[in-house]
Design a protein around this ligand. Structure first.
Ligand SMILES: C=Cc1ccc(O)c(O)c1
Length: 170
């Protein structure tokens, strides 16, 4: 991906990054109000989501904010600085996700009813807030509404496989 400046260049971006706490995430900016993501490692490693509605804006040249609230009650705010291969993310987990992360480790789209029932059944407060810087180690524009970018569950070795395929095709 070349250096980008405007929102239209951010749409379609596909990123892999590692937060400073070691958590590895994959993120696809599917279109102007939708994201897909996969969580490779961390408290909810194994979770993946398609078609999450989000607010996506340009803050200034080359700096973009993406934020949303999830069916679990988790709120997320991400600031991407792709030209510097970095981001800052804040995840606001409800108490229940911190205490029962395994309930959310699934393809969420097939379990929206479980997420909504859990957020009613279990406690929300105090929230578990995780603010972290992260380093982007892969970035590519895949075009908008590309269903192939995030299309299967994360598994051990997936990132290494993706990176080796990328090298082979570059
Ligand atoms: C909880 C979802 C999510 C997705 C992508 C990220 O980078 C996050 O920090 C959280």
């Amino acid at each position: 991906m070349k250096d980008i400046k405007d929102l239209n260049e951010f749409l379609g971006a596909h990123f892999l990054y590692t937060y400073d706490n070691g958590w590895k995430y994959e993120f696809y900016v599917k279109n102007k109000n939708t994201v897909d993501y996969r969580i490779h490692t961390g408290m909810v490693g194994g979770r993946w989501v398609k078609d999450q509605k989000a607010d996506i804006v340009k803050i200034t040249d080359g700096v973009f904010k993406v934020c949303w609230t999830e069916p679990t009650g988790t709120d997320v705010s991400l600031d991407f600085v792709p030209n510097e291969n970095k981001l800052h993310g804040v995840i606001f987990f409800p108490k229940w996700v911190h205490e029962h992360p395994e309930i959310t480790v699934c393809f969420q789209n097939d379990f929206i009813d479980v997420m909504e029932a859990s957020r009613v059944k279990y406690e929300t407060y105090p929230k578990y807030v995780v603010p972290e810087f992260g380093k982007i180690f892969y970035k590519k524009n895949e075009g908008i509404n590309n269903e192939k970018v995030i299309s299967e569950a994360p598994y051990e070795g997936m990132i290494e496989k993706m990176m080796s395929q990328e090298l082979a095709f570059s």
